[in-house]
Design a protein around this ligand. Structure first.
Ligand SMILES: [Zn+2]
Length: 203
């Protein structure tokens, strides 16, 4: 009888582990914009399609822990608006955001724009996500291999309504290359991902 009780207890203990491995995958579409600009060379990314696909391979390996996958709808050049960066040194993000023509963003996907250089490594405060191809941060053990993939995965965390959390190995820590998410972040991100799937028009 005691053995049976131990067996049942063990089974109950193992079951949640097993079910977390079989969590349904949530797919979100992403459209990548390679920002081009002759007037403002800082904006012009040198990333090519092959590098973007490698970046998203790593983004998806980071987000696999939450059962969320980002599918590339398209990778295309995006001509920046020729807006003068009058006060970019104060509010760099706003200038970069203002140079992106919003009428060319996707209605059916999360938009991710890559630029060559800017103050922050990346930002998202409403569409689109903008990622710098030369981010700077401290390495932590077990962190992302590709710094740009880490920034992209972090900003997509903001898209999924995750806030910063300064645990140094966490994906949502700033200035580090950690990639881990805790169970609450996974739960919250999946909830928001399902809402996006429900709200976004189909292509
Ligand atoms: Zn952030």
């Amino acid at each position: 009888m005691a053995r049976l009780t131990i067996f049942i207890l063990l089974l109950v203990w193992l079951l949640p582990l097993h079910s977390s491995e079989t969590v349904p995958l949530i797919s979100l579409r992403v459209r990548v914009h390679l920002v081009q600009s002759v007037a403002n060379p800082r904006l012009q990314t040198t990333l090519k399609e092959k590098e973007v696909r490698a970046i998203f391979d790593e983004v998806n390996s980071i987000w696999a822990q939450a059962g969320v996958r980002f599918e590339l709808e398209a990778i295309e050049d995006l001509q920046a608006l020729d807006s003068a960066p009058k006060r970019w040194y104060i509010k760099d993000r706003n200038w970069v955001k203002a140079a992106i023509p919003t009428n060319q963003l996707s209605l059916t996907a999360i938009d991710v724009c890559f630029v060559k250089d800017m103050g922050p490594n990346g930002f998202f405060y409403g569409e689109p996500v903008v990622v710098c191809q030369n981010p700077e941060f401290h390495k932590v053990s077990g962190g992302a291999r590709n710094p740009v993939a880490r920034v992209t995965a972090h900003e997509l965390g903001h898209v999924l309504f995750l806030q910063h959390r300064q645990d140094h190995t966490n994906l949502m820590a700033s200035g580090k290359n950690g990639v881990s998410l805790n169970s609450q972040e996974i739960k919250d991100a999946r909830k928001r991902a399902l809402e996006i799937v429900g709200q976004m028009p189909q292509p």
